[in-house]
Design a protein around this ligand. Structure first.
Ligand SMILES: *Cc1c(COP(=O)(O)O)cnc(C)c1O
Length: 386
């Protein structure tokens, strides 16, 4: 139902029928661990135990599947739990190719957790398809990418990567957290798996940790569903309820995030204290053409900028902003700002970090949906203090 409707309509209605017992318009929080059976093994739908199925979670799973244009959605306790479920598709000896400035926690999982189980990885700059092609080995089973990347906001051509990976027999997983389903739908470009950290734009209010996978293929869906239950890192009913509340406004929030970020990116680019601004919506972004092709409705709420004067300048700026809160995370209605080298990307070795361009003058903005004039005034005052 609703599959042929527009994004905003699906955001509000997909997966959510009035509650069958009362007609409640909002999906209730089914806070239960088990379900009563009429006779041994006679259960309603697949409701035998709430790790395997919960109606609140199921509504969110159907909602997110619809927003990504996928057939199956699966929700987990965090984005990293969703990542771990994907890795259960692999076995010891398999090789994975990661994009080079992947989310720090994703990198840590591959480097410190999955490696122990014999799953190896290489990192490549996937904006360079020759480099990607050269990274495949006979054991490569999965290609893992984010676009826009974190924190350098590189844009990877999903369609090109997916077609190359397919020719090599590898599964393509796209972490779509930064774009959100409102701006980019990787399944439509040939990706096999879409991951979201629901903690970010999908939640949008900085009050839930959650993760989701969306897929089209029956076989992959079945194996992920098995892992979701067998390994057990499920999303709780209350968090599912909060996220159903959030997705109803996703399109409206993301539209404002994009408008504000575009204004602020242009403002930053004109300031003498700023050495460089990275925003995929700007024509001076090296991959703007790819962004224009695969994103729709805007270029997101994330901006990265390098301040002249390195760490001392960045430190002063980050201490002086008032409306932008200095914090990790992103995608909430309130504006956040952070220093990747010291904060989100500290788990990456310094030489590696600098080699990929995460220097000490780099700051990352998660532009919220406040009044943009107030945000610009806040930035202006902090820049003046440098
Ligand atoms: C936050 C984030 C994750 C991890 O999600 P959690 O919900 O924090 O586990 C993965 N990928 C990206 C791009 C993220 O921003």
């Amino acid at each position: 139902m609703h599959h042929n409707k527009g994004f905003g309509t699906r955001a509000i209605h997909a997966g959510q029928e009035p509650d069958p017992t009362t007609g409640a318009i909002m999906t209730p929080v089914y806070q239960t661990s088990t379900y009563v059976q009429e006779s041994p093994g006679v259960i309603k739908d697949d409701y035998d135990y709430a790790r395997s199925a919960n109606p609140t979670r199921k509504a969110l799973e159907a909602n997110l599947a619809s927003l990504e244009g996928g057939r199956y959605g699966l929700c987990f306790g965090s984005g990293l739990a969703a990542l771990a479920a994907c890795i259960h598709l692999l076995q010891s000896g398999d090789h994975v190719i990661l994009c080079d400035d992947v989310y720090g926690g994703t990198y840590r999982s591959f480097d410190k957790v999955f490696k122990q189980f014999g799953i190896t990885y290489d990192r490549v700059d996937m904006t360079d398809l020759n480099a990607l092609e050269a990274a495949f080995t006979a054991k490569t089973r999965m290609v893992w990418l984010e676009t826009p990347t974190n924190p350098l906001l590189k844009i990877i051509d999903i369609r090109a990567v997916a077609s190359l990976a397919k020719s090599k027999g590898a599964i393509v997983a796209v972490d779509n957290t930064f774009a959100s389903p409102a701006l980019q739908n990787p399944l439509s470009f040939g990706a096999d798996i879409v991951l979201h950290s629901c903690t970010k734009y999908i939640g949008g209010h900085s009050d839930v940790i959650g993760g989701a996978l969306i897929v089209n293929d029956d076989g992959i869906a079945q194996r992920l569903k098995f892992t979701q239950n067998a390994v057990g890192a499920i999303m709780a009913p209350w968090d599912s309820f909060l996220l159903l509340r959030s997705t109803k406004t996703l399109h409206v929030r993301v539209q404002r995030h994009c408008e504000n970020a575009a204004r602020i990116a242009d403002y930053l680019a004109a300031q003498p204290q700023v050495a460089a601004v990275i925003y995929p919506g700007r024509e001076d972004h090296p991959h703007h053409a790819v962004a224009k092709k695969q994103m729709h409705g805007g270029y997101g709420g994330m901006i990265t900028a390098t301040l002249k004067g390195g760490l001392p300048a960045a430190r002063t700026f980050l201490e002086r902003v008032k409306l932008f809160s200095l914090a990790e995370s992103l995608g909430g209605v309130e504006s956040l700002i952070e220093h990747p080298a010291i904060m989100t990307h500290a788990s990456i070795d310094k030489h590696l970090r600098e080699a990929i361009g995460i220097g000490d003058g780099l700051v990352r903005f998660s532009v919220g949906i406040e009044d943009v004039e107030d945000l610009i005034e806040d930035i202006a005052e902090a820049l003046a203090a440098i």
